[in-house]
Design a protein around this ligand. Structure first.
Ligand code: SF4
Length: 404
């Protein structure tokens, strides 16, 4: 099957200059976890020692094919600006497996231009030797899935680590030389009180990390947590309580010195996640591995979600995409607007029109939606930029769904 096309009509120099077309970001999915969390619907499976070796065979073939096309288009080895190793839990891999992974990565990807190289890690599988290896292989940012420091909430989520391990993981990362550390927290959890959340936020701030992501729990179909709610075993918070949690996160983290720069993300100035900003600006990125999505040359390709389907295709050297979609310019512009409005910096209409060809003041549907929410105080236009107000942020998903 064909690999993804790369704007054959565009000269290589134009491709290489345009972040809407050329993937400055590389995402690689490493799907192994030591246990499966109760809320998880990511492509992940229990780690077993024989699976990574097989997975890496297909992964390398996919990476080789995609980077070869980029090299053919630009005349140079592919050298992204950001790399993100997500999962799954990349840190669930053993030392030797991590070493093999970085070897295969470097056979196809140049690291000379990398500004930000992130790995997701679980505090329960963080150890000094792994962190040293990551630093030695160029990883300069680590994101720990802490989620909470409250033992009863970690248990509810099915996390393998304890509260102390969350704190220790950050200390180990500092000792290994990581100067850019992020932690994930969760809010809106069943049984989570405002006091639980406030203590989590304070403890997270006390760790002094450069970045915190705070996600509201999503009850994904088929997960044990959603099933438990459906069976009446646990009770979901009310929408009012979920919104109150969101506001508490905003207030506490901003007061603690981490300005909010995206709906769920807070960072010290200059430490915003560069890789994720590529997604929110709807710029191009390469995605490799099971379930990974890529967006190159305005085509979105999403790989098989099922491991066996992905591995069979990738091992054969076939295209592991389960689906491909090229949006019309108008749909692409609307999608870009929805993504960019997630950023607290908002959207400059002139800059947006220049990049995406959509005039926000002329498109009747977009203009009507923006004005409707402005009239009720959920959207604002300040300093010439459209953005969601603080009052609108807890219901941002509903606002943005109207703009698609
Ligand atoms: S660690 Fe992450 S990917 Fe793995 S099971 Fe838990 S939520 Fe899913």
């Amino acid at each position: 099957m064909p690999q993804e096309p790369l704007a054959p009509a565009a000269p290589p120099q134009a491709l290489a200059r345009d972040p809407r077309l050329w993937p400055e970001g590389l995402y690689i999915h490493l799907p192994f976890c030591a246990a499966i969390c109760t809320y998880c619907d990511f492509a992940s499976e229990l780690y077993s020692s024989e699976r990574p070796r097989r997975y890496f065979v297909g992964l390398e073939k996919e990476l080789a094919a995609k980077t070869a096309r980029l090299r053919a288009a630009s005349g140079e080895p592919y050298a992204p600006r950001t790399i993100f190793l997500g999962g799954g839990t990349p840190s669930a891999l053993g030392l030797a497996e991590l070493g093999r992974f970085f070897d295969l990565l470097e056979r196809h990807v140049g690291l000379r231009a990398v500004e930000e190289f992130t790995i997701e890690a679980n505090p329960g599988s963080t150890e000094a030797a792994k962190l040293d290896l990551l630093r030695a292989r160029g990883v300069n940012r680590i994101s720990f899935g802490v989620q909470s420091f409250r033992p009863h909430l970690l248990k509810l989520l099915g996390r393998i680590h304890g509260a102390d391990q969350g704190r220790e993981a950050v200390a180990l990362a500092r000792a290994a030389g990581f100067e850019n550390v992020s932690i994930d927290l969760m809010h809106g959890l069943p049984g989570q009180t405002p006091d639980d959340l406030a203590r989590d936020l304070d403890e997270a701030l006390a760790l002094g990390t450069e970045h915190i992501s705070a996600y509201g729990l999503i009850y994904e179909d088929g997960t044990p947590l959603k099933n438990a709610v459906a069976e009446g075993k646990i009770a979901r918070l009310s929408p009012e309580d979920e919104s109150a949690h969101y506001r508490l996160v905003m207030e506490r983290l901003e007061a603690g010195g981490l300005p909010q720069y995206e709906i769920s993300n807070y960072a010290k100035p200059g430490r915003e996640a560069r890789h994720n900003i590529i997604y929110w600006r709807n710029e191009a990125y390469l995605g490799v591995g099971v379930s990974a999505a890529g967006f190159v040359d305005f085509e979105r390709a999403t790989n098989h979600y099922e491991m066996d389907a992905y591995m069979s295709a990738a091992e054969r050297g076939d295209d592991p995409a389960a689906g491909r979609e090229t949006l019309s310019p108008e749909a692409r512009a609307r999608e870009s607007l929805v993504l960019e409005l997630r950023l607290r910096a908002g959207v400059d209409p002139e800059d947006f029109r220049a990049r995406w060809g959509l005039d926000l003041s002329r498109d009747p549907a977009v203009r009507a939606a923006l004005e409707k929410y402005r009239s009720v105080g959920l959207m604002e236009k300040t300093a010439g930029r459209w953005r969601i107000t603080r009052e609108g942020l807890p219901v941002a998903d509903g606002i943005l769904s109207e703009l698609v």
